[in-house]
Design a protein around this ligand. Structure first.
Ligand code: PAF
Length: 191
């Protein structure tokens, strides 16, 4: 990525936690269209999961994700190890008080501090020109925009429209947790 920057090529970043689906594809497509190079990141970020949440069972399939990233014509998949993102000596975190404490943040303590911390690190590491996030996680998008503005991170943060299944359910890696019964009624959320 350093070499791309030195050559004056623009870089789009698509941060993900993997289990890629058509929602991610829409982010990658937009990045490929708007930038010379696109980097997809894959990191299941432990700092954004509460103790009783699903970090251990979060869907992971790096081979399938790697194939998808190639098929979608992104240029690189960055899938760092835990130690690479959070070396044992690192103690700093990034929080966005107010925005990060209400709504989902009120029920999932630490979620948005975890998100702001990992995304700020990915933006600083990559120095991407643009970074793409789904509007499905609208509060997350607002938190990331606030964090980038507050920290003078020059990357343009771009929100992309929700991608839905035929019956209206927004695509999400966590949809795989739904039972058949839950999947049948879930589209009612969108009406
Ligand atoms: O939306 C996600 O997949 C994650 O919250 C993100 C933005 C990749 C940070 O881990």
């Amino acid at each position: 990525m350093d070499e791309w920057r030195r050559s004056g090529l623009s870089l789009g970043l698509v941060p993900t936690m993997g289990a890629l689906h058509k929602g991610h594809l829409s982010l990658v497509k937009r990045s490929v269209a708007e930038n010379d190079r696109t980097c997809v990141t894959l990191f299941v970020n432990p700092k954004q999961f509460g103790q009783s949440e699903d970090f251990e069972v979060y869907p992971r399939d790096e081979n399938a994700d790697s194939q998808a990233v190639q098929a979608w014509r992104a240029d690189i998949l960055f899938a760092p190890d835990l130690d690479e993102m959070y070396p044992a000596a690192a103690v700093t975190s990034v929080s966005v008080p107010g925005l990060g404490d209400v709504l989902e943040g009120e029920f999932r303590a630490g979620l948005f501090t975890g998100v702001a911390t990992i995304v700020s690190k990915l933006l600083i590491q990559s120095m991407a020109d643009r970074a793409y996030f789904g509007e499905k996680d609208y509060q997350q998008l607002r938190v990331i925009k606030q964090m980038a503005a507050d920290l003078d991170i020059p990357t343009e943060i771009i929100g992309c429209p929700i991608v839905r299944d035929d019956d209206g359910l927004a695509l999400s890696s966590r949809n795989s947790y739904l039972t058949l019964e839950e999947r049948a009624i879930a589209p009612a959320l969108h009406s």
